[in-house]
Write a protein that binds this ligand. Structure first.
Ligand code: GRF
Length: 358
């Protein structure tokens, strides 16, 4: 079981959605909710759902982050999820949970993010700028507001008659789909990173030993299903890579498909493994095969063809017209043989290697 904590200051609709998504029957468990607002509606909602919920005034968050870290450690929290948390998360907590704190922001970051950009202000600014699309972003929290690596984004249209309220509610709906999936992906990425680190620690490095490349992950659907502890019978959805708006300083985490949504998941944070294309080197057996078959199938028949064609003129000038014709025909045949054998032998490598002979 992987325990996660939610930090929230407001209504808590995302918090409720996250608890509903995970706390019945998955391996991810919301074990704790912390807030900085004594009267936040999220408190009652979480308690009603059986989630331990604690309020700490802002001075504790600011001046005594160890109190927060204590309760997180007592609950064995692996990931912190900010859902409308308006208090500053102290550097001490960010360092202790480096790469393990997520936030959701109601715009397509890096646009409309940063200090002071939250709630209705974001949607007002999007509408005022005449944008035709907006959305939500889940990113890793760093010491720079809204600037951490992006995990996933989901777009929504901005309609001509939208008000900040109508746009906010459309973005909220997108958030409910986006956040649970982003949490799963972040946890998968962190688990992969932990496994590779543990393996690296177990295997003492020798002078010639190179680190093993990270294992190629299962399909996202399977891995996700496994993380959630459910069967995966959903047919794979083709992914459409999207152009990521330029991020000033960070890399995003990896790349995958997301049902009906655009994702930015291009690089595994800890393993450094990219999934954007094959980097397989050409197998050396192919090179050997190609050289040998080219010599046997092209050069040798080619030389025979040259010998025959050299005979054409000598026979012709010797008055042996029939002999010259025969030599010319033979030269043609050997040229064709050379070409056909060359093509066949080189392409034969593919079925043979599929059959496992290389
Ligand atoms: C969400 O729009 C989220 O993007 C932002 O705060 C809002 C929280 O809403 N960070 P709720 O409290 O989950 O309803």
């Amino acid at each position: 079981m992987t325990n996660i904590a939610i930090f929230a200051s407001g209504n808590g609709s995302n918090a409720v959605n996250i608890v509903k998504s995970f706390n019945s029957g998955s391996r991810i468990h919301v074990a704790l909710c912390l807030t900085d607002r004594e009267d936040a509606p999220v408190i009652a909602k979480m308690k009603e759902m059986g989630i331990e919920t604690e309020y700490y005034p802002r001075n504790v968050w600011r001046e005594n982050p160890d109190t927060i870290l204590d309760i997180l450690q007592r609950h064995d929290i692996k990931l912190i999820v900010l859902a409308g948390f308006l208090c500053f998360v102290s550097d001490r907590i960010v360092e202790a949970y480096e790469g393990r704190i997520l936030n959701i922001h109601p715009s397509l970051l890096p646009a409309y993010g940063g200090k002071g950009m939250h709630g209705a202000k974001v949607h007002q600014a999007v509408i005022a700028a005449g944008e035709t699309k907006s959305g939500a972003t889940v990113h890793v929290v760093t010491d720079k507001i809204d600037m951490g690596p992006i995990i996933m984004q989901k777009e929504v249209p901005v309609l001509p008659d939208d008000t900040p309220e109508t746009l906010e509610s459309r973005v909220h709906e997108a958030e409910y789909e986006l956040y649970p999936e982003a949490i799963v992906k972040a946890l998968m990425s962190l688990t992969e990173g932990d496994t590779h680190r543990a393996e690296a620690e177990e295997t003492p490095a020798t002078e010639n030993s190179k680190p093993e490349p990270p294992a190629i992950p299962q399909s996202i659907d399977d891995a996700w299903a496994e993380t959630l502890g459910v069967a995966n019978n959903v047919p794979p959805v083709p992914s459409t890579p999207v152009q990521q708006p330029q991020q000033p300083q960070q890399t995003s985490i990896g790349q995958s498909s997301c049902y009906n949504q655009q994702t930015m998941y291009q690089q595994t944070m800890y393993s450094g493994q990219t999934h954007t294309g094959s980097t397989e080197p050409m197998p050396s057996t192919w090179l050997v095969w190609s050289i040998v078959t080219t010599i046997l199938c092209c050069f040798i028949p080619g030389i025979v063809a040259i010998i025959y064609s050299s005979k054409v003129s000598s026979k012709y000038f010797a008055g042996d017209i029939e002999g010259a014709k025969r030599a010319s025909r033979n030269a043609e045949i050997w040229i064709i043989v050379s070409f056909v054998l060359g093509v066949i032998s080189n392409t034969l490598y593919i079925p043979l290697s599929i059959a496992g002979l290389f």
